[in-house]
Design a binder for this molecule. Structure first.
Ligand SMILES: [Zn+2]
Ligand SMILES: [Zn+2]
Length: 262
């Protein structure tokens, strides 16, 4: 798999960090993990093949994760490049996803689910295994953030990834992310976080220690991260795993375990 970070920031406007969106190339096609308003233009900026995107995962209904979905569907409905598309676009998320799209759609008779190509909206249950793409297995996991927020575990052949999306601390996440090849985890705050439903660095490192992923990428960074030396803050907590700070435009190849052992 290869991950492209579209937006490593939050809902706070920032000159370098746009809102949540992560493009994932897999052996079976492409997945957009969360779709903020900025993500849809960031895909084009990164020269990614958005007209042929195969699947979208919506972690929860906060606008910095879903606010680009209705505009994206408005774009694919009318853009010349998507008029000849025939393959389906599948959109996955919690119960309520279809209603959210329909509500935006009804705001102006957009008919966003009537596209030149088939669109399937799939509402998933936590812990129910599903195929996000043919052969790419997914499991969603409830997180302490909103009533319907989910982390997701993906398996593409032997390669595994967990994307926590927004979450408060819970050791159960470490179990979900145990020994994954890449743990893409929110770390909203440095310390003294103002809200319980996000992570600060010491909590993120605690989860990484327990999960022991091959690599971890910290993202969903509030602007207060601009004020600190990320590497030094991380080093002070002595993690045993390689921990990377996300940035917009970052590309990470996620190794197959068998390949790296050779
Ligand atoms: Zn959120
Ligand atoms: Zn968020």
């Amino acid at each position: 798999m290869e991950l492209t970070v579209l937006g490593s920031g939050t809902s706070v406007p920032h000159p370098e960090r746009s809102s949540s969106g992560y493009w994932l190339d897999t052996s079976a096609g492409t997945i957009l993990l969360d779709c903020s308003a900025s993500s849809i233009h960031r895909m084009a900026q990164e020269r990614l093949d958005w007209p042929n995107l195969d699947a979208i995962w919506i972690s929860h209904f906060h606008l910095d994760h879903v606010g680009g979905l209705p505009p994206f569907l408005f774009g694919t409905k009318h853009a010349p490049v998507t008029q000849s598309r025939t393959k389906a676009l599948r959109i996955f998320g919690a119960a309520g996803l279809r209603k959210l799209i329909e509500t935006f759609s009804d705001a102006n008779n957009y008919e966003l689910l009537e596209q030149p190509f088939p669109v399937e909206v799939v509402e998933i249950e936590a812990l129910e295994k599903f195929e996000i793409l043919p052969g790419v297995e997914a499991v969603a996991f409830s997180t302490p953030h909103t009533d319907d927020s989910h982390a997701i575990h993906l398996r593409d052949n032997e390669t595994t990834l967990v994307y926590t999306a927004d979450t408060g601390p819970t050791d159960a996440l470490a179990a979900l992310a145990r020994h994954v090849d890449l743990l893409l985890m929110e770390c909203s705050f440095v310390r003294n976080k103002p809200v319980a439903k996000h992570l600060e660095l010491v909590e993120a490192i605690h989860l990484i220690r327990k999960a022991e992923p091959r690599r971890a990428v910290l993202t969903h960074l509030y602007p207060e991260w601009d004020e600190v030396d990320f590497d030094e803050e991380v080093r002070n907590l002595r993690p045993r795993t390689e921990i990377i700070k996300a940035f917009d435009g970052q590309r990470i190849t996620i190794p197959n375990k068998l390949k790296t052992e050779n």
